[in-house]
Design a binder for this molecule. Structure first.
Ligand code: TXA
Ligand code: MG
Length: 340
């Protein structure tokens, strides 16, 4: 049985105790829910991999509550450009890959000599890290391959009976996982887009690179800089098709495919385009990319819950926050993207 508790002081204490005993606890962050354990304890980390069914070669992000804790996680001083990014975006949805400190378990970094570090903006997350006195390793709290959880209910759906406790912090504000950058070299390189956009990083450092794998599938034999990019992610059971082009042409193409498809089917469209789909089953992605990000994973899970066999989605402009949305949507569709 898995307990779901509001993050009261008592519940936080109980969660911190579990972390100190080497157990796993799910907690909210501003991006998605995380599945946390003490990053220094290999046996605790193994429980995270087991609960998620996560491939052994995919490293976990380590979470800290204060910038002054960075020395417990990384090796050596923080490079100057990383300090600038920390000052600009922490607490917040940015993960920086830096040389691994000796106390962080190799179990946590999947044997790598680097570690992803993040200082989350969610108060419950920070309180839990402080109370447990540990750097907390936490991947997203979903079963491996499923969309990341943005509600405590999503975590329960995946983790019931597998972990002792979920702290319920309501809906996650950002809704897609943090931006992951390799901060060991300059220019820094974005391996996974998120709430901190390339433009935002560029404003602070003057330059940024976006890894080529962000908006396409990996080529056979391609070296992956971020192991998580290898795996099929977020995919719903039904066939997801993304359509891009001018709004009217996109709507026309989607309506045609929807009408020809069999079984339960659904359309994902921007708020302003809903009327273009008549009385077909259409769900709103909201009015901008930030709203789409905060709704996307819940919508993808809903598609499975409702047994949709075909899903048609409008594409978003892959710029600023739209880059993170199109990265997730593209992977969910195995990059099945049609030009209208
Ligand atoms: O927003 C988030 O980042 C959430 C919350 C809970 O903080 N966490 C999260 O963790 O999304 P996860 O494990 O689902 O995704 C971490 C990604 C994976 O793609 C992993 O391969 C990559 O970051 N990663 C972690 N450490 C790395 C490292 N040392 N080198 C390269 N990639 C790394
Ligand atoms: Mg994940």
């Amino acid at each position: 049985m898995t307990q779901v508790l509001d993050p009261t002081p008592e519940a936080l204490k109980q969660a911190a105790n579990l972390i100190q005993k080497g157990e796993v606890v799910a907690f909210p962050t501003e991006t998605v829910y995380g599945l946390g354990a003490d990053a220094r304890k290999p046996e605790a980390i193994k429980k995270i991999f087991a609960a998620k069914g996560r491939p052994q070669d995919n490293p976990l992000i380590v979470h800290i509550a204060e910038i002054s804790d960075i020395g417990k996680v990384i090796d050596g001083p923080m490079p100057e450009h990383a300090q600038k990014l920390a000052k600009a975006f922490w607490p917040g949805p940015l993960t920086m890959i830096l040389p691994k400190g000796k106390d962080i378990s190799l179990q946590c970094t999947a044997g790598l000599d680097s570690v992803g570090v993040r200082l989350p903006a969610n108060e419950t997350a920070r309180a839990l890290i402080k109370l447990s006195g540990a750097p907390i390793a936490a991947p997203s709290a979903n079963t491996s391959g499923k969309p990341s959880p943005t509600l405590a209910r999503h975590v329960l759906d995946d983790m019931n009976g597998r972990i002792p406790l979920i702290l319920d912090g309501g809906a996650c504000r950002v809704g897609v996982e943090s931006t992951v950058i390799d901060a060991r070299t300059q220019p820094v390189r974005i391996l996974r887009p998120g709430g901190v956009t390339p433009q935002m990083i560029c404003e602070v450092l003057g330059e940024v690179e976006v890894d080529g794998s962000v908006l396409r599938p990996l080529n056979p034999g391609e070296v992956v800089r971020s192991p998580g990019m290898k795996y099929r992610h977020y995919a719903p059971q039904g066939k997801l098709t993304i359509v891009k082009g001018k709004p009217e042409s996109v709507a026309q193409k989607i309506c045609q495919m929807y009408d020809e498809a069999k079984g339960l089917r659904c359309i994902l469209a921007k708020e302003e385009h809903l009327a273009l789909y008549g009385d077909r089953d259409v769900r709103s992605l909201g009015s901008d990319a930030a709203q789409a990000a905060s709704r996307l994973f819940d919508l993808l899970r809903l598609m499975d819950d409702e047994g949709m066999s075909a899903i048609f989605s409008e594409a978003l402009d892959a710029k600023e926050m739209g880059l993170a949305v199109m990265n997730r949507l593209g992977r969910a569709a195995a990059f099945n993207i049609i030009d209208a």
